[in-house]
Design a protein around this ligand. Structure first.
Ligand code: PBG
Length: 319
């Protein structure tokens, strides 16, 4: 086996490659700030004010990264998440700003969930008994999807794990003449500890309970197949597994079984782990990032949402 491992022949037989075209860069836009605010638990990542968002999109596009995914942080939150879908709410404004400046240079994906917009921080409407209500949430998600599309979003990405969300969003988009806007569904999203830093980043920590009544049991992978099958049936164009590294087996199974365009989300906690270890000098950040993302690709992901997107793009460009 070692004959082909020489530095000369190694590239000839290499099987998996990480390309800048595989990357999707998350971006946090915060309506309440005028300067970037660093996210403590995600060194190197910041929330950006609205008026910096178009430049950020240009910068990402200039690096050759094909897409960004936008997370809006509103000035006001309420029980029903009403600032998720107003024409002049944060995500809609950010999309319009990016479209105006960076227009066709970058694909704008919008994260479509209520947890950044609700005062209780849950991904759906909640009743007095603190139950998260499925069907009333669907109507709001449909409205929100239409508002994103109207602002110019290229793809909407529902992440709230409500049953029937893809179908509700597809029909809302179709009914409003947005037949061409695809849905990237967070189809197999686990109830994971690795979202911790994101909740600081997006200010979406929840006031009570947890997300176990809608996000998946971490031990289940057959169930992921059923989730993905349902989302495809309901009209998902791209399906996602989240988090990525702890669920490589799920990525592998999903890609093998469905052969759909498959995304994997290398989440905030996965980012923070590498950053923290690297800051302590305990591992080589550059190599650890590359190995992590390459393994996600090797498992079968076609695209990776990662907070390392810009670092990796730079790295690839300098090779
Ligand atoms: C919103 C959403 C979350 C993430 C993406 N969209 C948080 C959650 O479900 O708690 C997590 C992303 C990350 O950790 O990087 N529903």
């Amino acid at each position: 086996m070692r004959r082909l491992r020489s530095s000369k022949l190694r590239p000839l037989v290499s099987e998996t490659e990480l390309d800048v075209k595989d990357l999707i860069c998350p971006v946090f836009v915060d309506e309440t700030i005028t300067e970037p605010v660093e996210i403590n638990s995600m060194p190197g990542c910041s929330r950006l004010p609205l008026d910096m968002i178009a430049d950020e999109a240009e910068c990402i596009a200039d690096m050759g990264i094909p897409a960004l995914i936008l997370f809006g942080i509103p000035a006001e939150k309420d029980e029903m998440g009403t600032h998720a879908y107003g024409e002049d709410d944060v995500t809609q404004k950010a999309v319009r700003a990016i479209k105006k400046e960076a227009g066709n240079d970058i694909i704008v994906i919008t994260d479509l969930c209520l947890c950044e917009y609700t005062s209780h921080g849950h991904c759906g409407v909640v009743n007095e008994a603190h139950e998260i209500l499925n069907d009333p949430t669907l109507t709001i998600l449909g409205k929100t999807a239409v508002s994103h599309a109207r602002a110019g979003a290229d793809i909407v990405a529902p992440s709230g794990m409500m049953d029937g969300m893809v179908k509700a969003i597809r029909s809302a988009l179709d009914d409003n003449d947005f037949k061409d806007v695809p849905i990237m569904s967070y189809a197999a999203k686990y109830c994971s500890a690795f979202y911790g830093p994101f909740r600081e980043a997006a200010g979406s920590g929840y006031a009570f309970g947890d997300r176990a009544s809608y996000q998946m049991d971490i031990g289940n992978s057959d169930e992921a197949m059923r989730e993905v099958a349902l989302d495809i049936e309901e009209g998902a164009d791209i399906i996602m597994v989240k988090p990525a590294l702890p669920y490589l087996d799920v990525i592998y199974r999903v890609k093998k079984k469905f052969g759909m365009p498959t995304a994997a989300y290398h989440v905030s906690g996965e980012y923070a782990m590498i950053k923290a270890a690297a800051q302590n000098g305990w591992l080589d950040e550059r190599r650890a990032v590359y190995e992590s993302l390459l393994s996600i690709k090797r498992a079968g992901a076609d695209m990776i949402l990662t907070y390392f997107a810009k670092d990796v793009a730079k790295e690839i460009a300098s090779k």
